[in-house]
Design a protein around this ligand. Structure first.
Ligand SMILES: *[C@@H]1O[C@H](CO)[C@@H](O)[C@H](O)[C@H]1NC(C)=O
Length: 312
C-alpha cells in the first residue's frame, strides 16, 4: 500500500505562539533582533577566523565551521516564523515541513558531533600538548568535519525515510511555530507508536549520548588541568567554561524535548525558541567576548579594514 495515495493533507497549519497582538509584536521585535544578531555575530567569527593568520589553528577552524552550521541552523525556522507572526493563516506545505525537519536534525546532529570534536581538540591541546599538532592536523580537522556531517545526515535520513510514506488524512494543525518530528507523527492517521519510539531512541540517544560524552571529556580535562595546575590554568579554565556553557545551553532544551515523557506540554514550544534563536546567538557572544585571542584578532582585522578604506 502506498501511503502517499491516501494523503489528503497537502499543507500544515501552525498555531503559532500567541494570539495577543502585543505579545506578537514583542516576539516579532525580539526574534528579528536575535536572528539578525546571530547571523552578524557568526559571520564576524567566520570572517575573523578566515582572515586572521594567527587563528589558523584546529580550534578556530572548528569554531568557524560551528558558526557556519549555526547560521544555517537558525535560518531553518527563524525567517519563516518571523514572516508568519502576524499572519492569521500560518501554513507550510508537506514538503516544506519535511525539509524543516530534515535540516534541523541533520544540522543539529552535525553540531553535536562537532562539539565533541571541539572537546577532543581541547583535550589534546591541554592533556597531550606535545602530540597536539601532529594529531590535530588539517587532515584530522577535515576528517572530523566530514564525520560529523555524515553522522548528522544519517541520523536525519533514518527517521525521515519512514515518515514520508505515512498517510496524513485528517488534522493538520501544529501547536507550534515550526515542524518537529514528534508533533508530525501525532498527526498521521495510522498507529505511529513504534515510529515515535524509534524517534525518541534515535534523537534521545544522539543528544543524551553526546552530552554524556562531552561532560565526561570535560571532567577529564578539568581533572588533568587541576593536577598539573601551572601558569596555563586560568586560560584553560576560561576556554573550557565557554565550551561547557555552550554545551549546556545547546543540549538542555533538546534533551528535555526528546526525552520528556509528556510531549504535549506547552513548555517545549517555548524551549524551542531557545534552540532556534538564543543558542546560535550565544555561541558568538561566548566565544568572542570571553576569548582574548579572538578579541585581539577582531581588533587587528578592524584596523586593517579602516586602513584599507583609507587607501581607497
Ligand atoms: C572549516 O574547516 C576547514 C577544515 O579544517 C577549514 O579549512 C576551514 O577554514 C574552516 N572554515 C571556517 C570558516 O573556519
Amino acid at each position: 500500500m502506498n501511503g502517499m495515495n491516501h494523503s489528503v493533507v497537502s499543507e500544515f497549519v501552525f498555531m503559532g505562539l500567541t494570539n495577543s497582538r502585543e505579545i506578537q509584536l514583542l516576539l516579532f521585535v525580539f526574534s528579528l533582533l536575535f536572528y539578525f544578531a546571530s547571523m552578524m555575530g557568526n559571520l564576524v567569527i567566520v570572517f575573523t577566523v578566515t582572515m586572521d593568520a594567527h587563528l589558523h589553528s584546529p580550534m578556530y577552524f572548528l569554531l568557524g565551521n560551528l558558526s557556519i552550521i549555526d547560521m544555517a541552523f537558525c535560518s531553518i525556522t527563524a525567517p519563516k516564523m518571523i514572516c508568519d507572526i502576524f499572519k492569521k493563516h500560518k501554513a507550510i506545505s508537506f514538503w516544506g515541513c519535511i525539509t524543516q525537519i530534515f535540516f534541523s536534525h541533520a544540522l543539529g546532529g552535525t553540531e553535536m558531533v562537532l562539539l565533541i570534536a571541539m572537546a577532543f581538540d581541547r583535550y589534546m591541546a591541554i592533556c597531550k600538548p606535545l602530540h597536539y599538532l601532529t594529531i590535530m592536523s588539517p587532515r584530522m580537522c577535515l576528517y572530523f568535519l566530514a564525520t560529523s556531517s555524515i553522522i548528522g545526515l544519517i541520523h536525519s535520513l533514518v527517521q525521515l525515510v519512514f515518515v514520508v510514506d505515512l498517510p496524513f488524512c485528517g488534522p493538520n494543525i501544529f501547536d507550534s511555530f515550526y515542524c518537529d518530528l514528534p508533533r508530525l507523527l501525532r498527526l498521521a492517521c495510522t498507529n505511529t507508536q513504534e515510529l515515535e519510539f524509534m524517534v525518541t531512541v534515535n534523537s534521545g540517544l544522539i543528544s543524551v549520548g553526546s552530552f554524556v560524552l562531552l561532560v565526561i571529556s570535560y571532567i577529564f580535562i578539568l581533572f588533568t588541568v587541576w593536577k598539573h595546575s601551572s601558569g596555563g590554568l586560568a586560560k584553560a579554565l576560561s576556554t573550557l567554561s565557554a565550551h561547557v556553557t555552550v554545551v549546556i545551553l545547546f543540549f538542555g532544551p533538546l534533551m528535555f524535548f526528546y526525552t520528556w515523557p509528556s510531549p504535549t506540554s506547552h513548555l517545549d514550544k517555548y524551549l524551542a525558541i531557545f534552540d532556534a534563536f538564543i543558542t546560535p546567538f550565544l555561541n558568538p557572544v561566548i566565544y568572542t567576548f570571553r576569548n582574548k585571542d579572538m578579541k585581539v584578532a577582531m581588533r587587528r582585522l578592524c584596523s586593517r579594514l579602516v586602513h584599507f578604506t583609507k587607501i581607497l
